[in-house]
Design a protein around this ligand. Structure first.
Ligand code: G
Ligand code: G
Ligand code: NA
Ligand code: MN
Length: 254
């Protein structure tokens, strides 16, 4: 309860910041994009993990305001990279299912992109399986509008939950993120390895790109390359980093 009040205050004071984690094209090793990850550091220096404050925000009706703040920060960052002459990467923002239940989620996003002068091609939304809760038609309409705007849509944590395959058929997505649990197990567990192989193959047959998240070892990386997985993300490749460190990565890429 006290946490909820503190979180509301932190959102209002714009104390929720973003860290950026690179996504790497596995065939070339080049930067393919970044994921924006929300960070909350209390005045006493304690970092509250997003795995705590995102669900808290969802329970307490704060995810709308938090989501707006995250989006605004991400778009301002893209603008700043462009203004600084850096090669702005596609930025993937996590988008909670509850954000679809608000009034006009698509118009809200379109206005925010306009306000920052950010082209939709530089924005990606990472969606989770919980998307299927609530009114499917409303979600579907929003997804189509996002697509029409030119925003990339991806399914996060693919393979977990209960309806992943239904998503592929019904939603206009471009990108699958293979859940970390399969990636971490793949070098030691044959079935995890075969599941990853099948997801990669299925993604390609459906004309989707795929990315493996949570890559921590060279063995995992080599297996994923051999399978033809398009992109990778994980501590082995790069950790989430503050904006200034990301500036340096982008500058080095010039
Ligand atoms: O940043 P990791 O370091 O701990 O993130 C933990 C979880 O929080 C992940 O599932 C991630 O998708 C989610 N998350 C991080 N930032 C955001 C955000 O801005 N919005 C939403 N909805 N989820 C986020
Ligand atoms: O659910 P989502 O995929 O958005 O989660 C992103 C989370 O995964 C972030 O908390 C990020 O810090 C974390 N993460 C990124 N790379 C790795 C990794 O290689 N290993 C582990 N354990 N977590 C990672
Ligand atoms: Na994510
Ligand atoms: Mn994920």
């Amino acid at each position: 309860r006290r946490m909820a009040i503190a979180l509301r205050e932190a959102v209002r004071l714009e104390q929720i910041t973003l860290a950026y984690q690179p996504k790497v094209a596995l065939a070339t090793g080049r930067l393919a994009g970044v994921e924006a990850l929300a960070r909350w550091v209390l005045p006493d220096g304690t970092a509250v993990p997003p795995s705590e404050f995102i669900p808290l925000a969802e329970r307490r009706g704060l995810i709308g305001a938090l989501g707006d703040s995250v989006m605004d920060t991400a778009l301002a960052q893209i603008r700043a990279w462009c203004d600084d002459g850096l090669p702005a990467p596609v930025v993937a923002v996590n988008f909670s299912a509850l954000q679809f239940q608000r009034e006009n989620p698509t118009q809200r996003l379109a206005l925010a992109m306009d306000r920052h002068g950010v082209p939709a091609g530089l924005l990606e939304l990472e969606l989770t399986e919980s998307l299927l809760i609530g009114d499917i038609d409303v979600v579907m309409q929003s997804l189509r509008t996002f697509r029409d705007l030119g925003v990339t849509l991806s399914i996060d944590d693919f393979g977990t939950g209960y309806s992943s395959l239904a998503y592929l058929r019904r939603f206009p997505i471009q990108y699958l993120k293979i859940d970390r649990q399969f990636v971490s197990a793949m070098a030691s567990d044959t079935s995890a390895c075969e599941i990853v192989r099948l997801i990669v193959e299925m993604a390609h047959r459906l004309n989707l790109r795929c990315i493996a998240e949570g890559i921590e070892t060279v063995a995992q990386l080599e297996l994923l390359k051999a399978m033809g997985c398009d992109e990778g993300q994980g501590f082995l490749l790069a950790r989430p980093m503050p904006p200034l460190a990301m500036d340096e990565v982008l500058a080095g890429r010039l």
